[in-house]
Every structure is written in structure tokens, then in C-alpha cells.
Design a protein. Structure first.
Lengths: 241, 199
């Protein structure tokens, strides 16, 4: 038996009335556990194990799957986010990304966990545009997983910027000398927005216009897909506002 | 590992949801020992299931002809449509005997991580059903979980501008439980949906 706190990433029906719940936990990384009877309307778990919920957990260790024995809500972000479609699709991309970046179960990923809780809390708060919250989360979660995008200096030679070409396989902006074939020309405003999102400068990020946000969003999506190698299932359903 | 037909049956049964290798083996040997007439009846029911059961042209509920039993019943109220995720939800609501309108089965719920978006559900067909102005109320009876809630809010956004009454099934405390065990979300919903008790 052990205690932890976690964010529910995904659930899948299991047996008659159970679900397998995939969670990113604070101390144990990604964990999969069975929640018995959770699909019954009279289940004691109620809405505690819905995707996007931050929960305090008690789990029983099993041979292949653990079992959730108790759960208490620390933040019911999923329920709030589900009220609005654009926010929900952004949250779905965040949850799937968190799962994909933790390729091995039980490998602690504290910084990713904290980023996810912060990202969901901000999305649920509704004070910032969902697409910016998502892109900030994606850039930072890739950075803490070792795939940080170089935005201030050339990703290949380190020449200080600003640079106006971006190479996804190269790892960020590239100088004219290093510019590989296939590198895209990028507007200075989009590079600035990406840097603001990565460094948490919300005043700068929110001052950007819709065209720049779309351009930056496209770069983040391409960068994410490149590093995850396999396409995210939630990304085609993302509604950018 | 068994040989030939026995192993084939075990393998086929093992493909079914919730049936593991041990259960598949137990069912296969049960069928082997059962009365041949019972097994023939099972085989014929399975064949008929695939050959004769289809989806209603209007509401996508399971049917044995072009229209399901409910869509072809003139006594059902055509002004009210209850939107559900699956055919089994129709059966659950019919058991209550509270609803006399018609249904629309979406075929699932929006679940981006599962690769299911609005275009994968029968939403376009629902909007088309509303075009002639007969329907005045839509009841959103998707599951009370995150995917169901999102699907309901998406539908409300699509249908709302058409000027219909769009309602959502009440959610809150289940009968037979204790208040202290309710989670914050469920209890919060129960407060939102509280009603006046007449004296």
C-alpha cells in the first residue's frame, strides 16, 4: 500500500464496471491502476478519477496493475475544463503529451508533474487563452524532458540571435551559416512569442496577435510531433481560438 | 495448447471483450459438453445478429429493419429527441418509462485522446433531423463523465443557435448513498441543480 498524488491522464473501461486509470504521480511517475466499480453511478469514487483531476491517492500494489483504494480531489480541473470545448481539446493534448513523455512507468518525473498541474490549473482558471497555455506547457514539458527549443541563439553553433530561420530537426532557430535544407523562415514576432511562452512572460505572450499565435502554434506542434516520433491522437482535434 | 477446432474456438472467444485465455478455455469446454441443440441455437443467434441487425436510418439505434421500433412508432412524441451515446443507453432510459419522445444515438462520445472527434459521431445527422422544425426540445443524456460532459457542451454550442430548448439530464447525488462520501464535483452539481420542495 502506498500514498501519492497524481493527475489522471486517461481512463479505459475494464471488466464489468471498472476502469484502468493512467496517472502521472508526483513521486512514482506514470502509474496505471484499476479503479474497481468506478463506472457504477453509486461508486464511492464518483468524479474523483476523471481525466484532468488532481487527486490524493492511496494505492495497493499489484503484480501487473495497482488498485486505487482511496482518492480525494485536490483540484477538479477536468470538470471545469470540460465546460468549454476549446479548453478541453487543449487539456487533452496536454494529458496525452504528459503520457507520451513518460515512456516508462514508475520513472519519477516531478518537473513534468508540476508543469501539468500548473497548466491544468491555468486552463481551468480561464484567465489566459487556451492555445497559449497549451503551447507554453508543450514547450516547457519538452524542455524538462531534454528537448528544449533553442530560441535565443543558433541551435547548431550557439551564435547569439535573433535568428529568423527555424529548423525542427535542428532543435530551434538557426543562423544563416548553419541553416540546413528544409529550415523554415519564421517571423521575429513568432520567435519572440515562443521565447515568452518558454520563459513564462505572459504579458509579452498575451500582447501577440492571432496570426503570430497561429504561426507559433504550428511550430510547437511540428516540434512536438518530431520529438514524440509518433503522431498525437488528440492534436488533430485541437480547437485553437 | 489444444489442437484444431478446440484451439480455434478458444482463440475466437479470447478475442471478445473481458474474456481472457482461461475464461475462453472454460467456455469452449462448456460448449463442448453442452446439449447440441443449445449450441446450435447460440450459433444461429450469433449469425442472425450479424446478418439481420443493423442501425436505424434515422436515429442509429439498433434495428431489425430500416427503422428501429421507436422511430417507427407513431405514438412517440416527435417534438422531443433524447441524445445518448450508445444503444444500451436507450434501453436504460426506456426502463424508466419517463420519456415518450424519440432518440438519437451518437455512437460514442468526444474523446480526443482516443482519437474520437465530433466528425466521428452522428452529430451531422442530428443537426439534419432538426432542420424541418418539428423538434422543439433536445435532451442531452450523454454519460455524466468528462467525455459525456464535453460532448453535451459541444452539442449545446452547435444546436443552441437553432432556437430549440436544449436540456441536460440532472446530475448529482445517487439515491441510496451517504452525503459524506460524495466528491466535490458531484456534490457541487447537486447544489447547482437543487429544487424547491413543495410543502
Amino acid at each position: 500500500m502506498y500514498r501519492d498524488e497524481g493527475v489522471v491522464l486517461r481512463t479505459a473501461p475494464f471488466a464489468e464496471a471498472d476502469r484502468v486509470v493512467t496517472m502521472l504521480t508526483r513521486r512514482n511517475g506514470r502509474v496505471r491502476a484499476v479503479a474497481r466499480g468506478v463506472r457504477r453511478t453509486s461508486s464511492r469514487f464518483g468524479a474523483r478519477l476523471e481525466p484532468g483531476t488532481h487527486v490524493d491517492l492511496q494505492l495497493h500494489e499489484g503484480r501487473s496493475l495497482d488498485t486505487v483504494t482511496q482518492a480525494d480531489i485536490l483540484g477538479a480541473y477536468g470538470a471545469t475544463i470540460a465546460q468549454e470545448y476549446a479548453r478541453y481539446t487543449a487539456a487533452a493534448v496536454m494529458l496525452e503529451t504528459a503520457e507520451r513523455l513518460t515512456s516508462e512507468e514508475r520513472q519519477p518525473a516531478l518537473r513534468l508533474f508540476l508543469l501539468l498541474v500548473g497548466g491544468l490549473r491555468t486552463l481551468a482558471g480561464g484567465e489566459r487563452p487556451p492555445s497559449l497555455v497549451l503551447d507554453a506547457f508543450l514547450l516547457r514539458s519538452l524542455a524538462v524532458s531534454g528537448y528544449g527549443m533553442a530560441l535565443d541563439e543558433c541551435a547548431l553553433c550557439g551564435e547569439p540571435g535573433p535568428h529568423h530561420s527555424l529548423s525542427v530537426p535542428g532543435g530551434g532557430v538557426v543562423c544563416p551559416e548553419c541553416r540546413p535544407r528544409g529550415a523554415a523562415s519564421t517571423s521575429p514576432a513568432a520567435v519572440r512569442l515562443l521565447a515568452d511562452l518558454l520563459h513564462g512572460d505572459w504579458d509579452g505572450a498575451e500582447a501577440s496577435d492571432a496570426r503570430v499565435r497561429r504561426e507559433a502554434g504550428g511550430i510547437v506542434a511540428a516540434y512536438l510531433q518530431w520529438h514524440l516520433e509518433r503522431a498525437l491522437r488528440a492534436l488533430p482535434h485541437l480547437e485553437r481560438t | 495448447m489444444y489442437e484444431g477446432i478446440v484451439q480455434d474456438v478458444i482463440d475466437e472467444l479470447g478475442q471478445l471483450p473481458g474474456i481472457g485465455p482461461k475464461s475462453a478455455q472454460r467456455i469452449a469446454f462448456h460448449l463442448l459438453a453442452a446439449d447440441p441443440a443449445d449450441v446450435r441455437r447460440l450459433a444461429s443467434a450469433l449469425t442472425e445478429l450479424k446478418e439481420k441487425v443493423r442501425f436505424c436510418r434515422i436515429c442509429f439505434n439498433v434495428a431489425q429493419s430500416e427503422l428501429c421500433r421507436i422511430c417507427s412508432d407513431p405514438r412517440r412524441d416527435p417534438t422531443s429527441i433524447c441524445v445518448v451515446e450508445e444503444s444500451k443507453d436507450v434501453v436504460a432510459i426506456e426502463r424508466t418509462r419517463e420519456f415518450r419522445g424519440k432518440y438519437h444515438v451518437l455512437g460514442g462520445a468526444i474523446n480526443p485522446i482516443g482519437g474520437v472527434g465530433p466528425d466521428d459521431l452522428h452529430i451531422r445527422e442530428l443537426v439534419a433531423r432538426l432542420a424541418d422544425g418539428t423538434v422543439t426540445e433536445i435532451i442531452l443524456a450523454t454519460d455524466p463523465n468528462t467525455e459525456g460532459e464535453v460532448t453535451a457542451s459541444y452539442l449545446a454550442r452547435q444546436i443552441g443557435p437553432m432556437g430549440l430548448t436544449v436540456t441536460r439530464l440532472a446530475s448529482g447525488l445517487p439515491m441510496g448513498g451517504d452525503l459524506e462520501w460524495a466528491d466535490e464535483v458531484t456534490l457541487g452539481r447537486a447544489f447547482e441543480g437543487r429544487r424547491i420542495v413543495s410543502a
